[in-house]
Design a protein around this ligand. Structure first.
Ligand SMILES: [Zn+2]
Length: 314
């Protein structure tokens, strides 16, 4: 049994765990739910229990560490969740140290979108590059920026908040205090809101708008065209800023790619002078919901690689 690590994807309702070896092979998997009503201590002990079970099944000796993707702001050095709207009770809770205490294994926390970006680089759409940006489309829009194989965190750990990039200066108000944030014009929530404005009903969803567009409904099609424009403006900004070879889109609205991609590429070409002349790619993610699991599992390997590199340099 060679080296492996365990990746944990902690969601607002579900808990997914996978043991993955250094070649990216999944050795074992667990998928269950997380109950936050009993407080963070009980969630943490449930996580530790699942990790313990997975480790017992795979191998007790080969485990290199555990990476955990968390939907919120993380103080990476302190191993603390600074803010996580979807994880009640986790604010300022020392997740890393508590799980480490229970397992005696090194634990690394990472924001879930950052973990997904790493996962796509390691085993997904970005296997051939070291620099990429992942944009996750869901109820909100998140993102992760990977530079030379490592997540760009920024000094507060809040880098990569692509969903709050301004794409329309006088656009829709956002909970963050800004107007015209990308997520207010291109998330699944925004698609449903536009559907309500188009009188598709108060309970209309992004999926319903997608189905209407596929049936040829012009107003539904125009919603996805407007999503494409917002995404294209955001992507053009990123391309001009970073000059990375690859930008990846993931998430629920992705099946609608053929509906929003034409206006997206049109905007990118219009606004980015580097796109199209240097082989820059905008592609769909390939790992789906597993991207975060792979990225979380990659974290212990990555830390080891960097520790070994700096040891050989020093
Ligand atoms: Zn915002």
């Amino acid at each position: 049994m060679g080296a492996y690590s365990i990746g944990v994807d902690l969601g607002g309702t579900n808990l997914r765990v996978a043991a993955i070896d250094s070649d990216g092979r999944v050795l074992d998997r667990f998928s269950g739910s997380a109950d936050y009503s009993a407080g963070p201590e009980s969630v943490v002990s449930a996580i530790a229990q699942v990790i313990h079970q997975v480790r017992s099944r795979v191998s007790l000796s080969g485990l290199r560490g555990v990476g955990i993707g968390v939907p919120g702001f993380i103080d990476i050095d302190a191993g603390v969740v600074v803010e996580a709207a979807n994880l009640p009770g986790f604010q300022d809770f020392p997740v890393r140290d508590e799980i480490q205490k229970l397992l005696g294994t090194p634990i690394i926390l990472e924001n879930d979108a950052n973990a997904a970006a790493l996962g796509e680089m390691w085993m997904g759409a970005g296997k051939d590059v070291r620099d990429l940006i992942l944009i996750t489309l869901g109820t909100g829009i998140g993102g992760g920026i990977v530079v030379d194989g490592k997540v760009l965190h920024g000094f507060l750990g809040m880098a990569g908040e692509i969903g709050h990039m301004t794409v329309f200066p006088d656009g829709n108000p956002c909970g963050c205090g800004n107007h015209g944030c990308l997520e207010k014009h291109a998330s699944a929530t925004a698609i449903a809101a536009m559907g309500r404005m188009m009188h598709f009903g108060n309970d209309v969803t992004a999926k319903k708008v997608y189905e209407l567009a596929l049936e040829g409904n012009e107003r539904a099609k125009s919603i996805y065209e407007s999503v494409g424009r917002a995404l294209g403006i955001g992507l053009a900004n990123l391309i001009n800023l970073f000059n990375f070879p690859l930008y990846i889109l993931s998430g629920g609205p992705l099946p609608a790619w053929q509906l929003f991609a034409p206006t997206m590429f049109e905007e990118v070409r219009r606004r980015s002078f580097t796109f199209g002349r240097n082989g820059t790619r905008i592609e769909r993610a390939v790992l789906g919901a597993d991207a975060g699991l792979f990225g979380a599992a990659y974290l212990p390997f990555q830390q080891r690689i960097y520790r070994e590199t700096s040891a050989s340099v020093g």
